[in-house]
Design a protein. Structure first.
Lengths: 276, 172
């Protein structure tokens, strides 16, 4: 017995080393991003208060760029409002305005308090949480395009899987056509991602816009994602990949919008009964 | 001893906060300054290995929580803590000659400290990016990132250490 104790004390540093290695391995290899505990992610209260403090200061630095982008978007929206008004007038003339309009989507504006682009799996933390109506698997966009999907929510903070994370696959299509593929990040540059599984017989031009397909309840159809940069050569299968320049600038995110879909429950139920 | 403890606690907090800010930096998409390993480098050589590993694991875990990299930094820091003493005795076989057990430019001299610090920084960068290679393979980019991050971290740490050291001398 005494020898055993001596042995443990003599080699205690080895045991402690192995213990810590096992502990960190468990954390490292047990990382399904949708199942992580909130205390081990940046959505916990200590982290979020530190990040809020830092972002209170740094958010001023991006104001000019954001202002420019908002001006541009405002102008585009004004044009759209005018054209939509015209269409509504036309419909009114045809007595079709009584058709029930259901509001399907709502947006929650919030601020990014932490963001990473240099890791292989990137996450974003925002300053709105479950008490503001945010729940898991909601889509997140900013003024330029898609940002990511919410995965862990705290009371006042939420963690988003960034588009710059290989765990996230986004169903996208080319604007003006119905051919769709899935967008995934290749881990190389924060400005580019790869659109996979595009059918081989379709020809696309460089510079075409990529939008969300609306085939899941997370994002509505038609949100900008990026533009085609180049076609990547692949093997002899029936699909090819495109390199997409992302419209969202992940290096300076500041304000994002979380999309709340009122019909998501219904959609998921339909999908479930489909699978049965 | 208590004075050293207080300094270590303050340094722990400062390092975590600094690293949170430095996490935003990614020069040319390859170089990230891992400033917080200064805490591990600076722990006194007389401290037992068990304590060094525990503190290193803790600072790694805190950084992990802040940067959403579950377990990655914790693992690399633990290995770094275990490798610290052997690497130190590689360059300084007779440590009992040291007047102050805290490794810094002032106690070791510039060249010796540079050797000690660069080796450990390189070990840490290899570990961090090696662990990332498990989840994602981009071999050439990983090599560039190891080299870039080692260089940037070393430069930042030399600067940081000389700031800390000169402040001390003024106080004395």
């Amino acid at each position: 017995m005494r020898n055993l104790l001596d042995f443990f004390i003599k080699n205690s540093s080895w045991f402690i080393f192995v213990f810590y290695m096992i502990l960190s391995s468990i954390l490292l290899f047990n990382n399904n991003p949708f199942q992580q505990s909130i205390y081990l992610t940046s959505a916990n209260s200590v982290c979020s208060s530190v990040y809020s403090g830092i972002s209170n200061i740094t958010s001023y630095f991006y104001l000019r760029d954001i202002n420019d982008e908002l001006q541009k978007q405002n102008a585009a929206l004004e044009i759209e409002v005018v054209s939509l008004k015209n269409i509504i007038e036309e419909y009114k003339l045809q007595n079709l305005d009584s058709a029930a309009m259901i509001q399907q989507y709502d947006v929650i504006v919030s601020r990014v308090i932490s963001n990473s682009i240099s890791n292989q799996q990137n996450y974003i933390t925002i300053n709105k949480g479950a008490l503001d109506g945010i729940s898991s698997e909601m889509g997140v966009i900013d003024q330029n395009g898609v940002v990511g999907i919410v995965n862990v929510t705290g009371d006042h903070t939420a963690r988003i899987i960034s588009l710059l994370n290989p765990n996230l696959r986004l169903s996208c299509k080319v604007k003006g056509s119905d051919f769709f593929g899935s967008l995934v990040w290749d881990g190389k540059s924060p400005y580019y991602a790869i659109l996979e599984e595009m059918p081989r017989h379709v020809k696309f031009e460089k510079g075409d816009t990529i939008i969300t397909s609306g085939y899941s309840a997370v994002f509505p159809e038609g949100i900008n994602v990026g533009i085609i940069d180049e076609q990547l050569s692949t093997g002899g299968d029936n699909f090819y990949s495109l390199r997409i320049k992302l419209l969202t600038d992940f290096t300076q995110l500041s304000n994002v919008r979380v999309i709340k879909n009122y019909m998501k429950g219904e959609f998921d139920k339909l999908k479930e009964s489909d699978n049965k | 001893m208590t004075k050293n403890t207080i300094i270590s606690v303050i340094l722990f907090i400062i390092m975590v906060l600094l690293q949170i800010i430095c996490n935003r930096i990614c020069l040319f998409n390859i170089a990230v300054p891992f400033v917080f390993i200064y805490f591990i480098l600076r722990l006194p050589m007389t401290l037992s290995v068990n304590w060094v590993m525990t503190l290193s694991f803790l600072i790694g875990l805190v950084i992990d929580i802040f940067s959403n990299t579950a377990g990655m930094n914790a693992m690399a820091c633990t290995i770094l803590a275990a490798a610290r003493k052997p690497i130190f005795s590689l360059y300084f076989p007779r440590e009992d000659e040291m007047s102050n057990p805290v490794p810094s430019i002032r106690t070791l001299g510039f060249v010796s400290y540079l050797k000690y610090m660069t080796t450990l920084t390189a070990v840490f960068c290899v570990l961090i990016y090696g662990i990332q290679l498990f989840t994602f393979s981009n071999f050439l980019l990983t090599i560039y990132r190891i080299l870039g991050s080692t260089l940037l971290t070393s430069i930042v740490l030399i600067g940081f250490d000389s700031i800390v050291t000169t402040n001390r001398e003024k106080r004395l």
